[in-house]
Design a protein around this ligand. Structure first.
Ligand SMILES: [Zn+2]
Length: 232
């Protein structure tokens, strides 16, 4: 019985925050934000890059609307596309860490996660000339030890409140845009992907096509686009 309790407590400590992307109460309990504070506007976020084609196309679409966004970069992709990572920052966008490798944290021991996070920090920091402070795990799934470690690093976790499901093979630009914009409001954080490294091939093309619709609709609705602020 006692062993069961110990095992149960260990499992809770390990898996506790894992459901945060799909369960608001879990996100709240572990203080993992899904939205920005009221009055912030809408934050578009792009995971999994940089990507040789997807990232420039997303940057071009954002530039056409003078829009800012946040890019959660993967360390191993930053090493392959250094100039693109630097270009994101030069264009005025915000950088977040999405790990060095795009691996589910629940499958990795705390030591491996610790090494991955620091390797990601070092690569992303040196290539972009920024000090990373924002973090989103692969698939949005935290483990308990990883969440503790990112707080130890002084990073802030950020999930999302809306997604386009743009990684799915059957996604269409219209469908992605509709999922993002239906009910879109102040404080929403939108999950999209500028890369297909870990999703269906060429998914970034559908994302880019959807992005034009999203940007036009956000502008028509008078919703300002923003990025998370380190000071709030
Ligand atoms: Zn990802």
């Amino acid at each position: 019985m006692r062993l069961d309790l110990v095992a149960g407590a260990a499992a809770a400590a390990w898996f506790g925050p894992a459901a945060a992307p799909v369960a608001r109460p879990v996100a709240a309990a572990f203080r993992i934000p899904r939205k920005l504070p009221a009055g912030s506007g809408v934050a578009l976020t792009f995971d999994d890059g940089p990507h040789a084609h997807g990232t420039p196309a997303v940057l071009e679409a954002l530039d056409a609307w003078h829009a800012v966004a946040t890019f959660f970069l993967v360390g191993e992709q930053v090493e392959r596309h250094r100039a693109l990572a630097a270009e994101i920052v030069a264009a005025g966008h915000t950088i977040g860490v999405h790990g060095y490798r795009h691996t589910l944290l629940l499958r990795r021991c705390p030591g491996a996660v610790r090494d991955d996070l620091r390797r990601a920090r070092d690569v992303i920091g040196s290539v972009t000339g920024t000090e990373p402070w924002l973090y989103r795990p692969p698939y949005g799934v935290f483990s308990g030890p990883a969440l503790l470690d990112i707080r130890r690093l002084g990073w802030r976790p950020l999930l999302w409140s809306r997604w386009g499901r743009d990684w799915q093979a059957g996604a269409t630009p219209e469908g992605i845009a509709a999922r993002v914009t239906r009910g879109l409001g102040d404080g929403d954080v939108v999950l999209l992907h500028d890369a297909d490294h870990y999703s269906s091939p060429d998914s970034w093309r559908r994302t880019v096509a959807a992005l034009s619709i999203v940007l036009a609709e956000a502008a028509a609705a008078g919703l300002p686009l923003t990025a998370p602020s380190q000071s709030t």
